[in-house]
Design a protein around this ligand. Structure first.
Ligand code: ARG
Length: 481
């Protein structure tokens, strides 16, 4: 027979075992145990300060909660499946340890605000961890970009050779995508860092609680404004998962490129042995499985996102049990992002670039055609006309099996007499990239400017994350003190 539920007083019989399994969230919300204890420590401290609970009860309950926390940390806390969720388990355990005083903890709160408070603290930590993970990957991308600021490679649109770029520039493109992801995560963190505790079931409470105080004790920026909204709001979860989606999409593109680039057709990169796998049947194989798994798993946050939106759509105010289902997809999306970021960083730090091969490939596909057109424009030809002239030259080269730079000056001049000897300096790939010095361009100098800007942003964000983490740690120390 199952243990008694917290709410069993009104009921004549216990819950059916099968129903209990169906309704239990313990398998998922056991991960909130730490936050649940912290939330309770803050709540009971505030109740004591407001003289809602006598100080000896506060003392007893707080010590009991600290004992439970030690048990959690040592993996000794036995969670009882028949107790529905982690919150009930902890409250039950508290009463076992401290006796009937434990029953006073739930004064002026409900599981509805408790669940939301706990989950906000969990999501907050994950957001900050993900920002850290992005920063680490950005640092590695920037470092490699600086080394490869002058290495030329083909730039693609439609997967066709477009214009020559530097490898450093390409890597910085990924670094800046990720920069926005990290900014988004920080925005989500700032928006969600408000405390629902004390909203109680949905309408606030008659006890003279101090919600500002409990928010402060838990390192939140303040209390949420409306109790009904507070117990039903899950947009903080949507925000977090959406941020995981954009970052995961960006990781998937990065990995897709590395997978292509490691094929013999490209041979632009070689993955480090430690980040590749072999084949059980084909002895020659070296497969980019890590990149493939990051790419494949990037679908998970996307699934979580649509699942969560479907879960929340049309829910009436205020708390509904549906809301219990927000944790699994959100935790999965965030976990997945954090572990993928870690792997992407390690892979990026160790892979070898084949810059000789990259340079060779810039000789294909008339990648300098735009530069020839721009050359004619500088000599006075309207761009549209120049485009036409170069297109004719390209067609001619295709017929002869030549590159533009293989044409003699006379052959060049047969397309336009505006062309002089200096054309050859303009259309060699090093000069093509060197001269793209417009702000944000691909020139080696621009790459270094971008690297500096990116690192500045990473460092500013790192100090914001450090500050947030320090504030949270201090709150925990004070509560445990
Ligand atoms: N396990 C539930 C959850 O995670 C607890 C909510 C309790 N509230 C309720 N009215 N049943 O959402």
């Amino acid at each position: 027979m199952s243990k008694k539920a917290l709410w069993s007083g009104r009921f004549e019989k216990g819950m059916d075992e099968d129903v209990l399994n169906f309704t239990s969230s313990l398998a998922i919300d056991s991960r909130l145990a730490f936050y649940d204890v912290m939330g309770s420590l803050a709540h009971v401290k505030m109740l004591g300060e407001r003289e809602i609970l006598p100080s000896d009860d506060v003392e007893l309950i707080s010590n009991g909660l600290r004992t439970i926390l030690r048990d959690i940390e040592d993996g000794r806390l036995q969670l009882d499946e028949s107790l529905e969720d982690v919150h009930t388990n902890i409250e039950q355990r508290l009463t076992e340890i401290v006796g009937p005083s434990g029953g006073r903890l739930h004064t002026g709160r409900s599981r509805n605000d408790q669940v939301s408070t706990d989950f906000r603290m969990y999501v907050r930590d994950s957001l900050l961890e993900a920002v850290g993970g992005i920063g680490a990957l950005q640092r590695t991308l920037v470092k490699r970009a600086e080394t490869e600021a002058e290495s030329v490679m083909p730039g693609y649109t439609h997967m066709q050779h477009a214009q020559p770029v530097t490898l450093g520039f390409h890597l910085m493109a990924h670094a800046f995508r990720l920069d926005r992801d990290a900014d988004r995560l920080m925005d989500a963190y700032r928006r969600m860092n408000l405390c629902p505790l004390g909203s109680a079931a949905m309408a606030g409470t008659t006890y003279p609680i101090d919600r500002k105080r409990s928010a402060d004790l838990l390192a939140f920026d303040g209390p949420t404004e409306n109790a009904m909204d507070s117990v039903s709001d899950r947009d903080f979860v949507l925000d977090a998962v959406y941020c995981s989606c954009t970052a995961s999409i960006h990781l998937s593109s990065l990995c897709e490129e590395l997978i292509m680039w490691s094929s013999p057709e490209f041979s632009f990169v070689e993955m480090d042995d430690a980040y590749s796998t072999g084949s059980s049947i084909m002895p020659q194989k070296k497969n980019p499985d890590i990149a493939e798994l990051i790419r494949g798993r990037s679908g998970r946050p996307l699934g979580a996102m649509s699942g969560l939106m479907a879960l929340l759509k049309s829910l009436p105010m205020a708390y509904n049990r549906d809301l219990q289902e927000d944790k699994e997809p959100a935790m999965e999306a965030l976990d997945n992002l954090i572990s993928s970021l870690r792997m992407a960083e390690k892979m990026m730090a160790t892979l070898k670039f084949n810059t000789v091969r990259m340079r060779q490939m810039t000789e294909k596909g008339f990648i300098n055609a735009t530069d020839l057109a721009d050359y004619l424009v500088v000599k006075g030809m309207p761009f549209r006309k120049a485009h036409e002239v170069v297109a004719t030259a390209v067609r001619n080269c295709i017929e002869q099996g030549k590159r533009l730079e293989d044409l003699t000056l006379d052959e060049m001049r047969s397309f336009s007499d505006m062309i002089d000897e200096d054309v050859f300096d303009v259309i060699n790939v090093d000069s093509c990239v060197e001269r793209r010095r417009s702000y944000g361009g691909t020139s080696p100098h621009c790459v270094l400017v971008q690297a500096t800007e990116c690192i500045d942003r990473v460092m500013r964000r790192e100090s914001a994350v450090d500050e947030a983490n320090r504030r949270i740690d201090t709150a925990w120390q004070n509560l445990l003190g």
